[in-house]
Design a protein around this ligand. Sequence first.
Ligand code: DGY
Length: 436
Amino acid sequence: MKIDALQKAAVEVLRRNDRGTFTAPSPRQYPHLWLWDAGFTAIGWAALGDFERAYREIRAAMRGQWRNGMIPHVVFYGWPSAYFPGADIWRSDLAPEAPKDLPTSGITQPPVLAFVVWILFQHDPERQRAEAFAREAFPALQAYHRWLHATRDPDGIGLSCIVHPWESGMDNSPLWDLPLSRVPAEGLPPYQRADAHWVPEEQRPRRSDYDRFLALILHLRSHQYGESGVRSSPFRVYDVLFNALRHRSEEALLAMARALGEPSGEIEEWLERSRAAFQTWLWDRERGFFLDWDGVAGNRIPVIASGGFLALYAGLATSEQAQEMVDRYLRNPAAFAPDGGTRHLVPTVSKMEPGWEPRRYWRGPIWINLNALIAHGVARYGFHELAQEIHQHTLDLIARSGFHEYYDPRTGEGLGIGDFTWSAALLLGWELLSAQ
Ligand code: DGY
């Protein structure tokens, strides 16, 4: 398929999944608003020149914001639905800070909104409208990041922890196998998953993962999703992807503060602290890679997952570190590069990992959003040819299999749900994501 035909098909996916207030990632599988999906979707609307629609997407995500600053990972527009776990499980109404009139989840997701808003600000040709939106969004985004620093750094290391794998967006990554094994899952109420209705179960997380996903929700809920639940969580991880996107968003917040004439001292301090923390806590000299820090066990998680490359998207690696990560992993056919067995870039987990599963959700398949962020990350360090290659592989996957949720890196087969919104949005908005 030619690029024009792909773009046309992408626009159709966006329009079909548009619910008016927000765009569903997939009206059947994910019928509500998801936080990082909303960010990538807004990029797609902006690429089409529809900035009003892009702002509406961001507003819909921000409408779910809690009084303590948290922006939740799901806003249950359109509830009730068949989705599990729904608003009846999350029970945000039990938390005093949650919005009264709109059910949400009680956890967050990778903090992409600030850098997305900054991209919209830079590209909207109507300058007054762009500035008005940035002024509207800035205080909410600043409050969100304050919450990420104040509530989510119980170990005081300058990074934000996640207390549920869903907060990383990479739900069942092998990164979580060890930390999740410590989550007790006895005595759960009976429950019925809905996710394996439209998608074969072998492409979804295992039942044992779902037990722990639910157990963590119930733990956090019993603390009304407050600070005590974070401190006592059996799952507390400082994830590279999450914190790299936090940093990239705070670079954007700083630029926004300067453009709007707002004070920027606090943001500058955040940036300085996380730059140092990435080196102290997350860089693993022996493995030559940024690894997640397990806050409960007190060690790095020895799993090479592609989220590590997002340190490049945030400019957090030295040029020597970037070179090592590219040579040792991204260009290495035993790890992420094609080797005949795999033919496409970039699997989400290194093939050397015993937990690598090329068809199961976040345990190996290729995801379009990570491909885009990795490509722009390596380009930030001068690896332009590699960035081009990743883009070409992405176009080939979409041309072969359509706008799937994820893809088998061996065959390019589309996996998960079809007509997935961010796969379409990022085909359209790929270049916009490079804006700094
Ligand atoms: C799901 O239901 O698979 C989502 O990723 C959880 O947020």
